[in-house]
Design a protein around this ligand. Structure first.
Ligand code: NAP
Length: 244
């Protein structure tokens, strides 16, 4: 029987690596994106090359109607979703006096409400089946403060609270909920960092390098697998030792 995973924000970066890694484990994949249809198609093509089915769906995760339509489409094309990876996110640095109300709201809408919207759609089927797996993607900045990251940090800390509470609430229904909180991972998200900061962050990482999207995908694949059958409510940190 085929298994289905939906990975939000899987057109690029960590989400793409997760989609491909889960396809290697036998999942058919719904590739979600917001803007980059071209990149979403590349992810889907990589999944299909592995012999799995892939569909793409444009949905801003902050829009509950769009997320509802995405789950309907995935259900019809692939079957109900067994694994949800809530990965879509936005980041950016700003001093608190420069953080507008609009920026604050948008970060929470995508990073937190986006996760809620996806969870809300996937839960009825999982509760009915008495099984399922949800993995949220937070950040080490959700556990540790960083200058000029207050909004992003707040959203990522919120995700951790959401994950832990969901884990307790859904465990009696056989649903595991875990969080992956990456360190600094070399994706497009780092493009807006000032010159030289990437090198500094690599130096500050005890293992001496930035992480790769594949480093994160391995942690997600483990949590989605039967090997993690007794693990729920946890925050796993593939961060090269940054936060110890
Ligand atoms: P990325 O390279 O910037 O990719 C972001 C992905 O999210 C893209 O697929 C993008 O779609 C999608 N996305 C953005 N806003 C969306 C929205 N409103 N609705 C649906 N999809 C949306 O980012 P990344 O580095 O892979 O980050 C992925 C996740 O890991 C994020 O939650 C991020 O906070 C977290 N994280 C990243 C790092 C890091 O150092 N990179 C560290 C810790 C945690 P389009 O292609 O269509 O724009």
């Amino acid at each position: 029987m085929s298994r289905v995973a939906l990975v939000t924000g899987s057109s690029r970066g960590i989400g793409r690596a997760v989609a491909i890694r889960l396809a290697k484990d036998g999942y058919d994949i719904c590739v979600n994106y917001e803007k980059r249809a071209d990149k979403a198609e590349e992810t889907a093509a990589a999944v299909r090359e592995l012999g799995r089915k892939a569909i793409t769906f444009k949905a801003d995760v902050s829009d509950s109607d769009a997320v509802n339509a995405m789950f309907d489409f995935a259900g019809k094309e692939l079957g109900e979703v067994d694994v949800l990876v809530s990965n879509a996110g936005i980041a950016g640095q700003a001093q608190i006096q420069d953080v507008t109300r609009e920026r604050w709201d948008r970060f929470f809408a995508v990073n937190v409400t986006g996760a809620f919207n996806a969870v809300h759609e996937v839960i009825p089927h999982m509760i009915h089946e008495k099984k399922g797996c949800i993995i949220t993607i937070s950040s080490m900045w959700g556990l540790r403060g960083a200058s000029c990251e207050s909004v992003y940090s707040a959203t990522k800390a919120a995700l951790i609270g959401f994950t832990r509470s969901l884990a307790k609430e859904l465990a009696p229904s056989g649903i595991r909920v875990n969080c992956v909180a990456p360190g600094v991972i070399d994706t497009d998200m780092l493009d807006e960092l000032p010159e030289g900061v990437k090198d500094t962050l690599a130096d500050e990482t005890p293992l001496g390098r930035l992480g790769t999207p594949e480093d994160i995908a391995e942690a997600v694949a483990f949590l989605a697998s039967d090997k993690a059958d007794f693990i729920t409510g946890q925050v796993i940190m593939p961060d090269g030792g940054f936060v110890v």
